[in-house]
Design a protein around this ligand. Structure first.
Ligand code: 5GP
Ligand code: MG
Length: 179
């Protein structure tokens, strides 16, 4: 499909699924080597990362691999930052473990910065960040990304797990908003 319509907006095909598959395969191979002795706990950040997680994890062969599907809930509190982050769904013990965060996309880096601060309080051995897509020109909160999938310009994309107002997550290809 060359283009799709979601709600009132038109998106055009930007990257075919096969290209994205290849990037994920390469990432899995790198992880299999680099993390082979770490019994990693993968943290898949829902909703957007469900497809990336599924594609990647099928190719992970590291002994002791675990996966947890978590959701970030933000709410306002009396905290000085005005915002408190909580991870819903995290049952596994993090202390002293190698954590691999799986994100769909890093844009400003704001969500990842908050997530890192939250996880660091729980004293993991190491936190590794893997994202399928990232927008270097949009970064406001610089964070160390260990596994960078595909670099994007400052455009809005959908498909491959990413949505526009609830629609578009199901497409295996990546689409870009027609301006
Ligand atoms: P951040 O700015 O905190 O790095 O990104 C926060 C969230 O914004 C991402 O996890 C993702 O849900 C959403 N987001 C950022 N860029 C895009 C995009 O191009 N398309 C879609 N569908 N969501 C995006
Ligand atoms: Mg996300």
């Amino acid at each position: 499909m060359g283009k799709i319509v979601l709600h009132d907006k038109e998106f055009r095909l930007f990257m075919k699924a096969e290209k994205i598959d290849q990037v994920i395969t390469n990432m899995a191979e790198e992880m299999n080597e680099a993390l082979k002795n770490s019994s990693p706990l993968f943290l898949s950040i829902l909703n957007g990362s469900f497809m990336f997680t599924s594609d990647l994890i099928k190719q992970i062969t590291i002994p002791g691999t675990q996966i947890s599907f978590v959701k970030i809930a933000s709410y306002c509190g009396t905290h000085s930052t005005g915002e408190i982050q909580e991870l819903i769904g995290l049952k596994e013990e993090i202390r002293n473990r190698t954590i691999v965060i799986l994100e769909d996309i890093i844009d400003s880096g704001r969500s990842m910065k908050h997530l890192l601060e939250y996880l660091k309080q729980k004293s993991p051995k190491k936190i590794i960040i893997a994202t399928l897509f990232y927008k270097p020109k949009a970064i406001v909160y610089p964070i160390p990304i260990d596994y960078k999938g595909i670099e994007l310009e400052n455009d809005f994309v959908v498909g491959r797990g990413l949505d526009f107002d609830g629609l578009g997550r199901n497409y295996p290809d990546l689409y870009i908003l027609n301006k």
